[in-house]
Structures are given as C-alpha cells and as structure tokens.
Write a protein that binds this ligand. Structure first.
Ligand code: FE2
Length: 371
C-alpha cells in the first residue's frame, strides 16, 4: 500500500481489500432517453422513479432514474449536438456508459483505486439535498466505459422523484452479472486490472475449446468481488473458421464495452412469459437441445415442455442448477442485449449451454451477414 494514501483510505483498506456493497446504477447513454426509459418500463417492468433535465435545472441532458426492485438504471440523452453523450451515441450507438459500484466511502475508494493504477475519470463530487446525499467518483474501464464509485444515503438527490403507478413488474429484481467484450489478447489484462484495482478474484475460466462451435469461438474469464455480489465476465474473440460474435460486437460498438447485463428473477418461466407477451423476443433454442439437456439434467424437477416453449436454457453445477434465456439485440446495431437468469443454487454461468447458445447467436449473426 502506498504510504501517500490518506488515513481515511488506509482505514478503508484495512477492513477489506476493497469493500463493495453491490452494483450501483447502470447508466445508459442513448439517442432518446425518454423513449428508452419508456421501453424499459413497458417491456421489462422498470418503474420510472426520478427525472433530471432542463425542467429541473439540468440544462445539457435529460436523465431518467429507473428501478426494478434492487436494479437501478439511469437513461440519459443529450440536449445539445456537441455533447459527450451525443458523441458517445454517434460512435457506439446506444449503450452502457457507466457500470456503478456501491461503496461505503466513495472518496477513499477512489483514492485507493487510483493508487492501484486506475485512471481517474472524475474526482469525487458530493450532491446533497433534503432527499438524500450522494458522493460519486469515477474511474475509467474498458473502451469508453467507466465505473462510478457511489456512496448513497437516502434517495438519489440528483433526480426529482416521480411516482410510477403504471409500470407492472416482470419479476426482475437484481443485477446478477455484467459482461464486457474486449479485444483479442486483452482479456487477461482486464482480469489483472480488476484484481489489482478492486482485489477481485478469478472465478471461472472458459477457454476456446469450451466455448466454440463449428465456426466461431470466444474466451471468457469471470472476476468477482464484494463477497460475490459483483460478477464481471470478460470475453475476448478467439479464432474460428468464421468471425467470432465478440468480434462482430467490437466492429459495431467500435471499442470494447458492455455486451450483456444478466438480470435475476426468482421465477424465470413466469417472468419470460410476461416479457414475451410485452413484445421482447429471446433467442430461439432448437428442439434438439432439449432431449440432450433432459438426459444431462435428469435429476432436476422442472416442466420441460414449458421450458422448451419459452426457449429457456438449463444448466447444472456442483451447487445446483440455473435457468437462463437471452434477448435478441436491444438496438439496431448487434451490440447490447439482456440475459434473464434464475439461480436454483448454481453459481456458474451456464457453461453446458454455451455451445447451444452460441449456435443460436450465430444463426442471428448469419442473418445479418456478419458471420
Ligand atoms: Fe451471462
């Protein structure tokens, strides 16, 4: 530990290599924040609980605060053409700008992260009013993505509260993991970054044998921190006969960035039936997947007919099983999508499903002419 650290940061680090309470808000930078917020509300059941924009004294942007139980999204759009949000959207299309982490002391966390080599993006700012108090400091991550370290008491003071009596929950309640796509050869550098800066540990390692189809491949490692509440898989493309889906992402997002967010539900069948009925499509899983899965997972008590009807993937590890499904792309470019996941004990990421999943993704990739 660098001796230049303040006593406050030293005390912070003494308790835990990097105390974290969980995922904070995930901020999306989009071309039309109003409609994106309305879409997350209508299609996924988020409540719009706060707003900040010209009407509330924030001149340069419109921002909506959305909540689905413990999941918090911020959706922001620029009011001006020469604005950093407008520039970001021009390069990347709509996407995730900020993957926030909740910490007990944002000033100390920022100081520690920078001391361990993280590049600062914005020094700590304090926002305080009668609704709450927030301290936010931000460091740079992969591509144009940043991580805000957020300390929050009460409600987020940046937003004027709104009551949402219209939204109907789809049962999504927490962020399970957030996945980064990085360039070929960079995965290990980012694993090392999260280890060094946040003392995250390497949870899983999938090499290109595990995650390859006849045509394409990728490699993936998962780092975890905050006693397991933060899980960040990091993918890089691997060589196959055709273009890796990770490379397709990098070509269209232009830089590394967030590929998917996995949102938890306690009842995936009910959640996905609801989400499908609202118009969200998930990737098709071919019939051939199911007899093999049923055989592999014969000790699991689930209704396979319903599982197949909703194209749900099932996997098992030493601790239990999990159900998961993946949306099609959530914008025009083949970049960001969602996963919905129900964990019944399992702590893994559906390794047994990767092949079936990637073949499904490749069918979509081929339709776009990018395979
Ligand atoms: Fe995932």
């Amino acid at each position: 530990m660098d001796t230049d650290l303040t006593l406050r940061a030293q005390a912070f680090a003494a308790k835990d290599p990097f105390p974290m309470k969980g995922f904070g808000p995930v901020e999306w930078w989009v071309g039309n924040a109003f409609l994106t917020a309305q879409a997350f509300r209508a299609l996924l059941g988020f409540q719009i609980v706060g707003y900040a924009g010209p009407e509330t004294g924030l001149r340069d942007r419109s921002s909506y605060l959305l909540r689905a139980d413990r999941i918090q999204f911020i959706v922001s759009g620029a009011q001006e053409s020469d604005h950093e949000i407008a520039d970001h959207v021009k390069v990347h299309g709509p996407g995730v700008r900020d993957v926030g982490f909740l910490v007990p002391d944002a000033v100390a966390a920022f100081e520690m992260a920078v001391d361990r080599g993280a590049e600062p993006h914005r020094e700590a700012v304090v926002v305080e009013n009668d609704r709450g108090r927030m301290v936010q400091a931000t460091i740079k991550a992969y591509g144009d993505t940043v991580h805000s370290l957020i300390e929050l008491e009460g409600e987020d003071p940046r937003f004027e509260p709104r009551e949402d009596t219209v939204a109907r929950s789809t049962g999504l309640y927490a962020i399970d993991h957030v996945v980064a796509n990085v360039e070929l050869g960079k995965m290990d550098e980012w694993v090392e970054f999260y280890d060094r800066v946040f003392a995250f540990t390497l949870l899983k390692h999938f090499d290109d044998d595990a995650i390859s189809t006849e045509y394409t491949a990728l490699m993936s490692k998962v780092v975890t921190g905050g006693d397991g509440v933060i899980k960040l898989p990091i993918n890089e493309p691997a060589h196959g006969k055709k273009k890796s889906q990770i490379q397709e992402y990098l070509d269209f997002y232009v830089t590394p960035g967030v590929q998917h967010l996995a949102l938890s539900t306690e009842d995936l069948v009910t959640s996905i039936a609801d989400i499908h009925s609202r118009g969200i499509e998930t990737i098709y899983v071919p019939h051939e997947y199911y007899p093999a899965a049923r055989k592999r997972l014969s000790n699991i008590d689930i209704d396979w007919e319903i599982i197949e009807r909703h194209s749900i993937l099932v996997d098992q590890d030493d601790d239990g099983y999990l159900l998961q499904t993946f949306t099609k792309m959530m914008q025009d470019r083949p970049t960001v999508f969602f996963e919905f996941i129900e964990r019944r004990g399992a702590t893994g990421f559906g390794l047994g499903n990767f092949k079936a999943l990637f073949e499904s993704i490749e069918r979509e990739q081929a339709k776009r002419g990018n395979l």
